[in-house]
Write a protein that binds this ligand. Structure first.
Ligand SMILES: [Zn+2]
Length: 293
């Protein structure tokens, strides 16, 4: 069967779309996997409906034209895979919430580019159109321009399952702040973009400053915290037992979302994702019912 045609999610040219592995095949994405996708949310109780897809040799999406897939894959994947393999070698010896130090990470600038290339596929076909800095950053070898409001992070994960949030918005009710983020995690590495500037969170290691390593043969030191990944919500680093024990009780001081809050969240996520209707407003299990009021 010939490959389906469409606009490449990165360069926008029309043609055959190739299979882009998410993450790269050599980053432990070459075995049978099951991808669960949220397709609906119950308007009464906030429960999610899932649609499973089976993959026999790693998860892939037809997102990039053959030229982009080959060119940028060759340029960036090797350095990313090197880092993933170094994390994999260490992670079984390190407990959750502890840190893995990794010295002399090779080609940090290229790893940052690969992280962004993955988000092109992970965040859907409208992401590049809605964020005009992304395509030049990936396609131009020496481009080191990331907007001030963008922050990118890594962490380690020993969870066998990963998660892909797309462009998500959530509200931290404790500090009354709305944040737009994307998370893509696949054992043993988690990647995060914040579209609202720095996240003050010691569970995440910033890498947006790796733009300073644009020259060849550079090295950076990295410390990655091992975070649990047990729910489907981005930046939710609770363990299974923490989720179970918190699922029935709501925080005492939880505030209801005002109409203005919800409006603000919708506007933010539309702007960054490029999606106008095909997304789901969700929250943590103990806040989603509140959001709907
Ligand atoms: Zn392309």
């Amino acid at each position: 069967m010939p490959a389906p045609e469409g606009h490449c999610w990165l360069c926008r040219e029309y043609g055959k779309l190739s299979k882009e592995h998410l993450p790269a095949e050599k980053a432990y994405n070459d075995c049978p996997r099951l991808l669960m996708k949220i397709v609906d949310i119950n308007s009464r109780d906030g429960t999610l409906r899932w649609d499973p897809t089976q993959y026999s040799k790693g998860v892939w999406i037809r997102s990039l034209c053959e030229r982009c897939n080959t060119k940028y894959g060759n340029r960036y994947v090797g350095s990313y895979v090197d880092l993933v393999r170094r994390v994999a070698e260490r992670i079984s010896d390190v407990h959750e919430s502890h840190t893995i130090p990794i010295s002399r990470v090779r080609n940090p600038f290229l790893i940052l580019k690969q992280v962004m290339l993955q988000f092109v596929t992970a965040n859907g076909d409208r992401f590049v159109g809605a964020n005009d800095w992304v395509a030049p950053f990936i396609m131009e070898r020496w481009n080191a321009e990331i907007p001030q409001n963008i922050a990118v992070y890594l962490f380690a994960s020993n969870s066998p399952s990963g998660r892909n949030s797309g462009v998500s918005v959530h509200r931290d009710w404790n500090i009354n702040k709305t944040r737009v983020v994307s998370e893509f995690t696949s054992w043993p590495l988690g990647t995060v973009i914040s579209y609202d500037g720095e996240l003050i969170d010691d569970r995440l290691s910033p890498i947006h400053h790796w733009t300073q390593y644009a020259n060849k043969n550079q090295y950076a030191d990295l410390r990655l915290r091992v975070n649990p990944v047990a729910s489907e919500y981005p930046l939710d680093f609770r363990t299974w037992s923490e989720i179970r024990s918190s699922s029935t009780k709501e925080p005492d001081d939880l505030k209801n979302a005002s109409e203005q809050d919800v409006e603000e969240m919708m506007e933010k996520v539309k702007k960054v994702s490029g999606e106008t209707e095909n997304w789901i407003l969700s929250g943590h299990p103990n806040t989603v019912s509140r959001l709907r009021k």
